[in-house]
Ligand binder design. Structure first.
Ligand code: FA5
Length: 358
């Protein structure tokens, strides 16, 4: 009796399962069918196999392989169906994703532009390149040697007070790079590249070095801890301070108009002799005095002078054969003056309302 029931059940499942499978149209419906036939608790095939235990050894030999066959048949058919359904739904997705060329375009996203400091820097790079200058780069993390000692500012020299900076320390808090002239710091001026440039390119030399510099100082409307300078250095035979003035005048008139005057007044910098503080006549009031120049008629924008023989020697240039001049523009300040920006801190503040004006 049992024997016959099993035969009927297997026959019934073989007949009904394909019909039900043919009606399945989704992965979810295929899962329901799997549970109906193969579910661990009450699946029809699972129950059937459970009943094999009550059969005689002879009968089990007959129906065991048959019911295993049936189970495999159902598993394979369901797997194939699921694969077909998944690839169908992928094709449907693809069809849905087809580009609708008639759809109106998305509004254009805002396009950025170069920072005002980059614009002035690139403009000056072009100007100096047209006068035969190399445009050089140098490290922002610099050794004490190149930032100070090589440019004639030995340790404990009072001139170090003019340019306090940020020193780098190792993870354990000790001075990184060792002591004295090996110590690493954030460069305080682009003059740190003067001796590097001489060592690499020798004399004669005509180069500018634009770049960021860092100072440990209280910030206000005219002072930032991170700002840009543009260094220039010219080394050749028979160079005089008149050459320096000519180059500076060219830059000032290029930036602020043909009538701009340059004024040089003595100022001490350890790496030049003589040294000068450079001012340009105010582009707004032409020297009469106004809010931009704070009534002075002149704007202080650079330091300069004739390169000190000690600096030439540090760069392996013979001071008996060569002379040179160097200058260091506050590039950030040139930008402020060009665009009438009253607070230097706006330039790095990241405020889009400010930046989008340029
Ligand atoms: C120097 O840094 C010298 N290395 C310049 C130099 C080069 C002199 C070659 C001689 C020969 P000074 O510290 O004065 O000099 O800075 C130069 C310019 O950088 C200043 O005229 C000013 O325009 C700008 N500057 C200085 N400090 C700041 C600051 N905290 N924020 C913004 N601009 C600054």
């Amino acid at each position: 009796m049992m024997d016959m029931q099993i035969e009927i059940s297997i026959g019934k499942i073989r007949k009904e399962f394909p019909v039900e499978l043919a009606r399945v149209e989704s992965v979810e419906a295929a899962e329901v069918l799997r549970v109906k036939y193969l579910g661990r608790k009450a699946g029809l095939v699972t129950n059937l196999m459970g009943e094999l235990g009550g059969l005689s050894v002879e009968e089990r030999k007959k129906w065991g392989p048959a019911s295993n066959d049936l189970k495999r048949f159902i598993e394979n058919a369901l797997a194939e169906k699921e694969r077909a359904l998944e690839s169908q739904s992928f094709e449907k997705d693809l069809a849905r994703e087809r580009a609708d060329v008639t759809a109106p375009p998305l509004p254009p996203s805002p396009v950025g532009h170069r920072h005002p400091e980059s614009m002035v820097r690139e403009d000056l790079e072009d100007l100096f390149a047209s006068m035969g200058f190399l445009v050089l780069d140098g490290p922002e993390i610099e050794s004490d040697y190149y930032n100070f000692e090589a440019v004639n500012i030995p340790a404990d020299h009072p001139a170090r007070d003019m340019q306090d900076t940020f020193y780098l320390s190792a993870k354990d808090g000790s001075a990184s790079g060792g002591k004295g002239s090996n110590r690493w710091l954030m460069r305080t001026h682009t003059s740190s590249v003067q001796v590097r440039a001489m060592k690499i390119h020798g004399a004669p030399l005509r180069a500018i070095v634009p770049g960021r510099v860092f100072r440990n100082e209280a910030t206000d409307a005219r002072h930032e801890h991170t700002f840009s300078q543009l260094e220039g250095v010219v080394i050749d035979r028979n160079i005089t301070i008149a050459h320096l003035k000519g180059v500076i005048e060219t830059v000032a008139r290029h930036l602020y108009g043909g009538k701009t005057e340059v004024r040089l007044r003595p100022k001490f910098y350890p790496f030049v002799e003589p040294g000068v503080n450079g001012e340009v006549s105010c582009f707004l009031c032409s020297g009469k005095g106004c809010r931009v120049c704070k009534g002075a008629g002149w704007l202080e924008v650079f330091g300069a002078g004739m390169v000190h023989p000690n600096v030439l020697r540090a760069g392996s240039v013979d001071p008996k054969k060569y002379q040179g001049f160097a200058f260091g523009f506050g590039l950030t300040r040139l930008v402020m003056l060009k665009y009438g920006i009253e607070d230097v801190r706006l330039l790095q503040g990241g405020d889009m309302r400010f930046l989008s004006q340029f």
